[in-house]
Design a protein around this ligand. Structure first.
Ligand SMILES: *Cc1c(COP(=O)(O)O)cnc(C)c1O
Length: 408
């Protein structure tokens, strides 16, 4: 069985984790600092704060930006649940935005439409999701945000190692040239694996410090911030060694040294991982050309993409096939696929809360989307096998035979 995604763990990853297990710190130790420094360097950001998972990163990001009750955050509907749920965790409301039907991405137009419709007064922030690892139009989105005075959170969970063009420069995803912060996930199906893990990156020291504080219960040991001076200091004015303070409740969203050691080891391989994913994706592109227009890869700028998923859009209606049957047919041939994603505005929780919304771009993308296997355990022949099986299941087998001749 070829799963749609999975981790790639080598002996050096195992050795890095074993070193931590033999050492002095399982959590709160130097492996966390090392991972944060390595991630900051990898995404070209001055600050990186590791945390328990990508969802915790989004939650901490919302808190750090002061999003809370009485505020609204625009979130594209075509994303994983967590992008929207993080807004609800802090008591704010979600305003779902539509996406481009062919890329699944939030655009400046769909963002502006979401802000306008329903009124812009309560809207404080937007979440931009780099779906499939493809960077959104940050220039255009930043312009809309400026117009309405919105903060910007990048959900970069699909896009570690990717880049986008901002003001004519190539900028790494996570370097936050126009956003307040970016959130990453290192779940095993993502490009690098920590088991569970995530991070917030930002250019703002203040935001980084707030995220650090809130990921650890809101506890501060910094004497400069103590409010209770009688308890905080001894008779000579020195800070009491046991003392810490909390000014607002935070969470236990720390990442452990065990997870961070794995993350640091995996990060070292990120360029190689991405090169391999890009090569497999390029092979898919070439082979799938024979199945157009019934099957088309989601359009992208290959050399800069983070390549979390290899997404195709299939004209199931035109072919008279149900997606469930196609997925079952592929599974019978040993090939795992998945749908990313059922639009979040249609989840029962959200449709109960916000009513039935009309987001035709998200619906059109969802109706046709299928994620084909893309991961490091795949060989070139696996790509060929997936495309041949897809052609077979869809009854398009002639097309793939002719396109195959072009592939070296
Ligand atoms: C995976 C993912 C998340 C959540 O990350 P976890 O580490 O699983 O909590 C959030 N947003 C998007 C777009 C994701 O793909």
């Amino acid at each position: 069985m070829i799963p749609y995604g999975c981790q790639s763990i080598d002996e050096d990853d195992i050795a890095a984790v074993a070193d931590v297990l033999r050492g002095d710190f399982l959590t709160g130790g130097p492996a966390v600092d090392r991972f944060e420094a390595a991630l900051a360097a990898a995404v070209d950001s001055p600050y990186a704060v590791a945390c328990a998972n990508g969802t915790a990163a989004l939650h901490l990001g919302m808190l750090a930006l002061g999003i809370g009750p009485g505020t609204t955050v625009v979130v594209p509907s075509l994303t994983f649940l967590a992008s929207a749920n993080a807004v609800r965790y802090v008591g704010a409301e979600v305003r779902f935005a539509d996406v481009d039907p062919d890329t699944g991405l939030l655009t400046p137009e769909t963002l502006a439409a979401a802000v306008e419709q329903g009124g812009s007064a309560s809207v404080h922030a937007a979440v931009a999701v780099h779906l499939n690892g493809r960077c959104v139009d940050l220039d255009g989105i930043a312009q809309v945000n400026k117009l309405y005075g919105l903060k910007l959170v990048e959900d970069a969970c699909h896009a570690v190692g990717g880049a986008g063009m901002v003001a004519g420069r190539r900028e790494m995803v996570g370097s936050c040239p126009v956003s307040d912060l970016a959130c990453f996930s290192f779940h095993p199906v993502k490009t690098i694996a920590m088991g569970e893990g995530g991070a917030v990156t930002t250019r703002s020291r203040e935001i980084a410090e707030r995220v650090r504080l809130l990921r650890n219960h809101g506890m501060t040991r910094d004497p400069d911030t103590f409010l209770d001076l009688d308890e905080g200091f001894d008779a000579h004015g020195a800070a009491n060694p046991w003392y810490y303070e909390m000014h607002e409740p935070g969470f236990n969203y720390r990442a452990t040294d065990i997870h961070c050691a794995l993350g640091e080891s995996q990060l070292r391989k990120l360029p190689a991982f991405l090169a391999r994913r890009r090569a497999l994706a390029a092979r898919y592109d070439r082979l799938l050309a024979g199945l157009a227009p019934a099957v088309v890869p989601v359009a992208r700028v290959a050399e800069d993409d983070g390549w979390h998923l290899y997404s195709v859009l299939i004209d199931f209606a035109g072919l008279g096939r149900s997606r469930a049957d196609v997925m079952r047919g592929l599974r019978d041939r040993g090939i795992g696929t998945q749908v990313h994603y059922f639009p979040v505005h249609r989840q029962p929780y959200y449709s109960r809360r916000y009513g039935t919304l009309r987001l035709p771009g998200a619906d059109a993308y969802y109706r046709r989307q299928l994620s084909l296997p893309l991961h490091l355990r795949m060989a070139e022949e696996d790509v060929d096998r997936v495309v041949a099986a897809l052609a077979d299941v869809l009854g398009l087998a002639g097309g793939v035979a002719s396109s195959r001749a072009d592939v070296a």
